[in-house]
Ligand binder design. Sequence first.
Ligand SMILES: Cc1ncc(COP(=O)(O)O)c(C=O)c1O
Length: 387
Amino acid sequence: MKLMKKKLRLKKIKFIPVNVPKVFKEEKIFVKDCLDTNWISSEGSYVKKFESEFANYNNRKFGIAVSSGTAALEIALKAFNLKTKDEVIIPTFSIISTALCVIKLGLKPILVDSGLSDWNMLVNQVLKKINKRTKAIIITHIYGFPVDMSRILRIAKKKNIKIIEDSAEMIGQKYKNRMCGSFGDASTFSFYANKHITTGEGGMILTNDKKFYKKCMSLRNLCFGLKTNRFDHDDIGWNYRLTNVQAAIGCGQLKNISWIINRKREIGKRYTKLLKKNTKIYIQPLNNNFSKNIYWVFGILIKPNTKIKRNYVMEKLLQNKIQTRPFFYPMHKQAIFKKMKIFNKNEKYPNSEYLCKNGFYLPSGVGIKNFEIDYICRILNNIFKIS
Ligand SMILES: Cc1ncc(COP(=O)(O)O)c(C=O)c1O
């Protein structure tokens, strides 16, 4: 009987995408409200509601909803009014958005390597790279744990260096019992479908500074003239607005944030339990000494001297209907930045290179079923010949 059930389950395995989000009943009610009342553009009460509820959730005063996490970074950095060639410290191991916002504004990105255990920017390297030209640091939390940021924050405050806390992957995470996204001058978020809460596409900037808030509001909306003529614009801005329909989805998701965080941690625990015998791979711990892993994604890092290579594992998983993604490709290796001669080619970032060559992540969205996780682990362990 048990065997039969198992066979039936196996038959039911369909393609497992790397991320399946979950839409709750609240989103449907709120979106219907937008449609029923014709409030579908970026005007409309859900945008304000989402901004204030999300700011409140993160213990910040002001929220500026925007069209993506990338847009949030661009606006926040521009709102600091830095000068051309001012230096901004960022991790090389990150999404390209981290470097793009710096480069597009004519600022100078200064890279740091990441650690091999938490995959976050190395604090000691950040501190070493601070000099008179350093005007901002983008603290970018990656994959599961936040950056151990106390020392960076302390020194930045002393030296008047601006901090953006990029919390795109850390919605609902805490650092030393305080919400990620509540640190620094501004924090940024993404609500793409693979984030802890999603609006399909979307983002948010949070801050406690009213002047900065007003500048960001203006920048996301083409800097329409505030004095006599609306169409005589105050600065170079963007149309990076979020629509009322997207914000309505965000309000619904926010109502379910506790469930989402719990489910993400359950997924992480289940993978950990089923993969812990696999000595060929490194997986992150459930906790470190300042945070509980929030498992934005469940990352796998193949250990050194393992004969089986990352691309082979990903290919085998795909043959078994399991979609995965490689880890980020570091900024100093990006062909476009090499062509533009953005980074000093003599500087080395060995950990980031190791991560990008040997890391990948498993399906981690809240829509995944437990039997799918069990199946993925069985296949993955088989590939490494672990029984
Ligand atoms: C750390 C980080 N910052 C920024 C972004 C960009 O967000 P978006 O895809 O919404 O532009 C991402 C996207 O995954 C991210 O992981």
